[in-house]
Design a protein around this ligand. Structure first.
Ligand code: SF4
Length: 210
């Protein structure tokens, strides 16, 4: 097997484990994995339109709409007029929905514990590799744009001489290393194409500070 095939096999194994755990949890919560993901998303990140939710959790809009309808029927979320567009609605978790979301976990404890067994430099290399793979999938149009450092207008890759913290986040004005690369960040603002491409070249070239 080639290295890419081995990597794909490993990711698929982990994906299968996550899906199995999510379906096991659904026996307890009464929510499908997609419904649970939407409820957690709204509880943690605030009200959103269904199109935005579908993009965030990487499902089609009809799939998200079906899950939203089920969550509304269960009294876990409600639709309210969107303050920015009178013709649109945004989804809000109800009090019951917030309590239900608190009881749900996004990631299996066993998976987090396994990731925690990696040495700090292994975690940093893993995150950098995942960032590269996800960004490539985005560029190919295979997945929607993720709210991650690599596509963020606040990202300043490889601008510091400190090899432990070569990057800079202009939003919080702080240096950080590969182990702190975010694959989801609520403060993300998508960089324009030119800025994003420039950042990407700098990130992948291992350039040191000028
Ligand atoms: S705002 Fe968030 S996504 Fe953007 S560079 Fe800072 S930490 Fe990364």
């Amino acid at each position: 097997m080639t290295a890419p095939t081995n990597i794909a096999t490993g990711l698929a194994r982990i994906g299968s484990f996550i899906r199995a755990e999510q379906w096991r949890d659904s026996d307890v919560s009464g929510l499908t994995p997609t419904q649970a993901q939407i409820l957690i998303h709204l509880a943690q990140r605030g009200p959103a339109r269904v199109t935005a939710v579908a993009e965030e959790i990487a499902v089609t809009q009809p799939t998200a709409s079906d899950s939203v309808a089920a969550l509304v029927r269960k009294g876990l979320i409600e639709k309210r007029p969107d303050p920015d567009d009178a013709r649109a609605v945004s989804l809000h978790p109800t009090r019951k929905g917030k309590r239900a979301a608190d009881a749900l976990t996004l990631w299996p404890d066993a998976l987090l514990a396994a990731a925690d067994t990696l040495a700090p430099e292994e975690q940093a290399a893993f995150l950098k590799g995942l960032t590269k793979m996800i960004r490539t999938l985005q560029s190919d149009g295979a997945i929607p744009v993720q709210r991650m450092c690599a596509t963020c207008s606040f990202f300043r890759p490889n601008v510091h001489a400190d090899p432990a913290k070569p990057h800079h986040c202009a939003f919080v004005d702080a240096a950080f290393g590969d182990a702190s690369l975010r694959l989801y960040c609520g403060d993300h603002v998508e960089a324009d194409t030119e800025e994003g491409d420039r950042n990407w070249r700098r990130f992948t070239s291992h350039a040191s500070a000028e």
